[in-house]
Design a protein around this ligand. Structure first.
Ligand code: HEM
Length: 132
């Protein structure tokens, strides 16, 4: 499918394959963060365990992609930029986050047109998170 063609899904959440695939994506994302030396600074910004981050990103992305609002039900408004203030986020961390997510999308076989669209949206969100 061309990137500007209208996809046969109501939401990116349906397109990616629903909750099961969002969970697979998030797990791959944090596995890569743990494994790949290229994401070391990003990994170091996180705590010793990634379990809370796995659950929270999974809940958040379900809603962000147009599916159920699990994150909001548990924690209220995401206020993502405010919640990232405790972490030092510059261009390096932003770019590692985006590269890690793009690699995860590739690894789990996200449709190329969806992957390109999501990469653009992730860029906007990740760039907004910069605080240094
Ligand atoms: C730009 C680079 C980013 C860095 C370095 C970063 C880092 C972090 C860290 C260290 C945490 C805390 C994890 C924990 O609780 O153990 C976190 C939480 C979180 N991040 Fe990011 N993040 C980035 C971008 C993003 C983006 C682009 C999104 C969404 C698309 C996102 C969504 C979240 C969510 C939902 C949480 C949980 C917030 C909470 O309820 O406490 N992050 N992030």
């Amino acid at each position: 499918m061309q990137i500007d063609e209208k996809p046969p899904f109501d939401t990116p959440f349906e397109w990616i394959g629903g909750e099961g695939q969002v969970r697979v994506l998030v797990d791959r994302f944090y596995d890569l963060m743990d494994l790949e030396p290229g994401y070391k600074e990003l990994r170091d910004a996180h705590g010793s365990t990634l379990q809370d981050a796995r659950d929270k990103l999974f809940w958040f992305l379900c809603g962000w992609l147009g599916g159920p609002d699990h994150y909001q039900q548990r924690f209220g408004h995401p206020r993502l930029r405010m919640r990232h203030m405790p972490f030092s986020i510059g261009i390096l961390e932003r770019d590692q986050w985006l590269a890690c997510m793009d690699q995860a999308m590739g690894d789990i076989g996200v449709d190329a047109a969806l992957r390109a669209r999501l990469a653009q949206s992730f860029f906007q969100t990740a760039d907004w998170m910069r605080n240094r």
